[in-house]
Design a protein around this ligand. Sequence first.
Ligand code: HEM
Length: 509
Amino acid sequence: MPSKQVFASQDGAVYTTSTGAPVAQPYAAERVGSVGPLLLQDFHHIDLLAHFDRERIPERVVHAKGAGAHGYFEVTHDITELSCASLFSKVGNKARATVRFSTVGGEAGSADSARDPRGFAIKIKTDEGNLDWVFNNTPVFFIRDPAKFPHFIHTQKRDPQTHLKDADMFWDYLSQNPESIHQVMTLFSDRGHPDGYHNMHGYSGHTYKFVNKEGKFHYVQIHLIKDGGAKSLTEPEAGKLAGENPDYGIQSLFETIEAGNFPSWTVYVQTMTPEQAEKFRYNILDLTKVWPHKDYPMRPFGKLVLNENPQNYFAEIEQAAFSPSHSVPGIEPSADPVLQSRLFSYPDTHRHRLGTNYNQLPVNAPIAPVANFQRGGAMTFVSQGARPNYQSSLVPLKYKPKPYQDVKHEIWLGHANVDLSFVTELDFEQPRALYQKVFSDTDRDHLVHNVVVHLKNAKSKEVKDRTLSVFAAVDQSLSDRIASGIGSSPVAPLKVAPASEAIRFKAFA
Ligand code: HEM
């Protein structure tokens, strides 16, 4: 049961129309006589019905189901030599944060415990503008070529004819695009259904850049590690909850904060110099790979705490508009093409979902004063008054980053960035290590079970066999156990090119 007290008593406000005119009572309707037809002149009644007709806005095309809360980000360690972001300029700096957690594939009413990656989107309001970290709870992703994103998402959603989720479509895509296997292994472990929204870690996944005041950059990966550890559900627990309480995650986040047990995360950064990146075994722009912690240690620098439930879910969470392109000086995107595509996609969808002036909505409005030449558009709340609408009055930028001019590295990057759909043995090393070295026996048993209960719903033998061949390329015994679980014969590993054929190695041999 929700812990929130329901107020049955009146709160003292006088009932009005949306224009503030007092009305005798909410059910009032003007009509001809006492039982005759209703009158068009009755603004109150039409105002009531017309607003109700327009209560819904488009749900997010992905990540539609979610939960959120407010809190703060605090700097705990000095990283000024890495980034000149004013947020990081002093240990102890604090900024207000709004966080939205989500599942990916389901609609706004779908189950919180579904097997899915979880979104972990953070908006930090700094004195240099909003910094959004639009992360997931997995350190890697399914694709490294952004052109595949809409195709991939379609296969995880509903079939255009049956309007059903479809196991054949799901595994057909994944087995034809085996660079997804690292994320598939994570998704089908119990980490695919975290215990609620706030018992999970968050990862940038992509490589970003921290730029310091000299204009020098480091490649970085950011991790938010849940204080007290992450928790997962087992597949039977997640299935039971999906039926009994599909909003389990929303409820548990709300009640945890209401009870004063504020969820918190320690924020770490892994860093890599451009020189290290050139020698790294994997492409640093490939978000199907992780950076080994022993080579690139985790360095703590911040804390995220959620200590405030929204007063109004729609205004403060549904209307929140996160984007990797909402950033501040000192933090930049890398050339990862998936990240580059995201920089465009989020503001684009916000303009559709919330309108041109989405950044003027209170939850999105920066605390830094906005001064530019954007004017008008639907729902202009902040007009910038009488200030001219062309460059005449605004002072030039005070912050002048020194341009980074490592041309050699930029040329290297151009070569490194071509290795998108070409799958080699390199792509199986990390998933194999995950299965053979990181997972416990229980994790391995659960992975096999979790894949079996899903893959057995596929009807096509070709899709099942191709999927088994991808798992066999990770580990033959894993594939054989899945095959036996779904009643198929063992299948040989997918044939892929050796690691030495990877374009990045060939280009620099
Ligand atoms: C080409 C790749 C991708 C594209 C085109 C894409 C696109 C989108 C779109 C259109 C939304 C809906 C946003 C809204 O309506 O407010 C969304 C939500 C989201 N995406 Fe992505 N996405 C991609 C990959 C990723 C990756 C790799 C991550 C994490 C590392 C990620 C994390 C999220 C999160 C956390 C949300 C939910 C934000 C919220 O709570 O409002 N996405 N994405």
